[in-house]
Ligand binder design. Sequence first.
Ligand code: AMP
Ligand code: MG
Length: 332
Amino acid sequence: MITRICPIDGSSLAEAKRILETGGTVAFPTETVYGLGADARSDEAVRGIYAVKGRPSDNPLIVHVHQDYDLNELVFDDRPYAKLLRDAFLPGPLTLVYKSRAAVSSAVSCGLDTLAVRVPQHAGAQRFLRYVGLPVAAPSANRSKHVSPVTAQHVYGDLAGRIPLILDGGACSGGIESTVCDVTGSSPVILREGLVTREQIAAVAGSCGVYKAKEGEQVRSPGMKYKHYAPQCKTVLFPAEELAGAVSYFAEREQAGSRIMALCEHAAASAFPAGKALDLGTCGKEFAANLYERLHEAEERCDELVAVEPRERGGVMAGVLNRLRKACGAEK
Ligand code: AMP
Ligand code: MG
């Protein structure tokens, strides 16, 4: 199969619609990462997503809709605070998990009685979703377990030959996946941290929990149990307070002949040899915007990556730290 990268215009949208209506998959940009979309109502189309990605079949998908789509077609929306969250954050990088009306393929939620719905903010995503008019099931447009794509070229690198069309909307500005928040209970619970923070949700809804699976318990967000996001190079992760240890490890490995680079916050970059540090920036927002781009860069430029955690922990950095640990931590 030939994979084309096309700017978003009348002719690529018409082609995208035709592909989705015939059960195929199309990659499209959002403000977080690129998505791999298919018609959420079709079992066959949704199974196609899992096949293209090599995604485990028990990791549910998020359904994407445009801003004026009638949510009541898809879910039961009975929590007043959920409307407050939509008004405050949507369209945007926040996915809400509701009780499902079972209006889409059961393969989307992998048999769960809930459905995750997202309204992306990216103008190209909105245009695409409006044009096709369907609920579009979409995970990130990468091979399962690889780093999420933040450019059309990243998608091409992973999925060339496996999908017919990549809608190119430029580099994603947000950089990490959406916050996933369960709104089925009496107060919101974050299942996956992201660009919309626990603090922001609590300020609107009154309170907000962060779900942590207990030992032996069935996980509520199946995707969280998977080792995700890893780059192809070898990675070693150091806590922020062990910067000196990271620097001496780096020197040792470089001396031994390793093609090695560092990945760290701006303030730590000068501790490594000039030109050898991939700088993630100075705050959570910058880290999020840069993380996957730098991990893709690391794959090109080195065989081993020494990552150092940021000193900051709260806000957007909570989601960034979760992705950094999954990408570079020992527990792969
Ligand atoms: P991805 O599309 O790869 O960014 O992953 C989607 C994330 O949303 C995964 O962490 C899933 O476990 C989570 N998710 C999707 N649908 C549901 C659902 N119905 N209930 C809980 N988590 C969900
Ligand atoms: Mg993903």
